[in-house]
Design a protein around this ligand. Structure first.
Ligand code: SF4
Length: 398
């Protein structure tokens, strides 16, 4: 009997941004627009080679996610070239699913997301994306307060974020996610309440909310080192967290992961697959892949990526075998991020040993502290455990 192919995902990285936000440590660069044409050409070649090989081996993917950077910054003609290649290789490919692949895509069987920044989309661009198969948008909003947006280095306004959502609706998108941040410099609880309120009034199907983290190498990190950053106190940040955790479910958003809220049935399938140990193929500079117990990372350097692909060389700069120990740890702490938590049967099936045999002490300890709840089938974080997630995750490290 043929072995069933597990659902897998594709991640496409677009490393261009109009300017660098002060908190951002993602592999994205401002002022490199001149390379966009060559970059998309190289990306299409990688899609047509590495991507097609993967489809031949594993069938078409369950999810496609174009992230960055700012994918919506690509000019129309480059966006069209990229989306057409993705559609050809990953949706309409004449491989195991044959012509049914297109039907599946059109029926929404493939979750196909494009990350956008407000102020970088217009109606024509959004219509083009919809026409070429994109069925989900994720907007980096962060705040609706122009004062806060300027303070974190964002280039859009609150009004532009609202306008972008309306344009996306006109273009036919009925599955939209928006990101918010809290704990921003000089932000007060009332500011964050206002942002949550504004977000709920817009009614996107999905909302992600992140607390500000000071990452090494960012402008904010340097400002903090020099004592020039005024952040809310720990108590104020905790109050913002509590507000988020109460407010969004009251508005009908189910919290299905530590930072993610959605209308029923509108969870991000792509992100869920990361937390559920599914395989993914990353294409583009700095993209990561997780395939067959191996992790790969492409070079971060845009020029090295373009030259490497052009010369037919590998652009992977890192390849590592995921050890069984690391796999067990990741399996647990990624699954614990989700509302369902760790499925005991899935752990047993993956590692051939019941989870209690390995983590008995950690489980008792966390249950005793009311951070973890155990049912017959699952282990999942309590609301307190979600709040202090790191304590729970650490317990699952050997
Ligand atoms: S738009 Fe996104 S990827 Fe680009 S710099 Fe800002 S946070 Fe980073």
């Amino acid at each position: 009997m043929e072995e069933a192919v597990r659902p897998w995902g594709v991640y496409i990285h677009i490393p261009f941004c109009k300017s660098k936000c002060f908190y951002c440590d993602f592999p994205s660069y401002a002022g490199r627009e001149a390379f966009m044409g060559d970059y998309v050409k190289a990306l299409v070649k990688e899609i047509e080679t590495i991507g097609a090989l993967r489809v031949e081996a594993a069938g078409t993917p369950a999810t496609i996610y174009i992230g960055g950077g700012t994918p919506s910054l690509l000019p129309m003609e480059l966006l069209e070239t990229l989306l057409a290649a993705l559609r050809r290789i990953f949706i309409e490919a004449d491989f195991p699913q044959g012509e049914r692949a297109r039907e599946r895509a059109e029926a929404g069987a493939v979750e196909y997301t494009l990350e956008c920044n407000p102020g970088t989309v217009d109606l024509d661009k959004l219509k083009l994306c919809r026409m070429l198969g994109v069925n989900r948008l994720s907007f980096g909003v962060q705040s609706f307060d122009d004062r806060l947006l300027r303070r974190i280095g964002r280039i859009h306004t609150g009004l532009e974020a609202m306008r972008s959502l309306h344009l996306a609706r006109i273009a036919g998108f009925d599955n939209i996610s928006m990101d918010l941040m809290y704990g921003l410099p000089e932000e007060r609880l009332e500011d964050f309440r206002h942002d949550l309120q504004a977000m709920a009034e817009l009614s996107p199907e999905h909302i992600s909310v992140y607390g500000l983290q000071l990452e090494l190498g960012t402008a904010f990190y340097q400002m903090q080192e020099k004592g020039r950053l005024t952040l809310p106190s720990d108590e104020e940040t905790e109050a913002m967290y509590d507000l988020m955790a109460d407010f969004l479910p009251e508005k009908g958003y189910e919290r299905y992961e530590i930072s993610s809220f959605a209308w029923p049935g509108r969870q991000s399938r792509h992100n869920l697959s990361y937390w559920q140990d599914a395989e993914y193929l990353g294409l583009g500079a700095a993209a990561h892949s997780y395939l067959g117990a191996m992790r790969y990372e492409n070079t971060h350097d845009i020029l090295a990526y373009i030259e490497g692909i052009r010369a037919g060389e590998s652009v992977r700069r890192l390849e590592e075998q995921v050890t069984e120990k690391a796999h067990k740890e990741e399996f647990c702490f990624l699954a614990l991020r989700t509302r369902e938590g760790i499925e005991k049967a899935a752990f047993l099936e993956t590692f051939g040993v019941p989870i209690e045999e390995i983590y008995d002490e950690a489980i008792r300890n966390l249950v005793g502290k009311k951070l973890l709840e155990e049912t017959e089938t699952h282990l999942h974080l309590t609301p307190l455990g979600m709040k202090y997630g790191n304590m729970a995750f650490e317990a699952f490290l050997f």
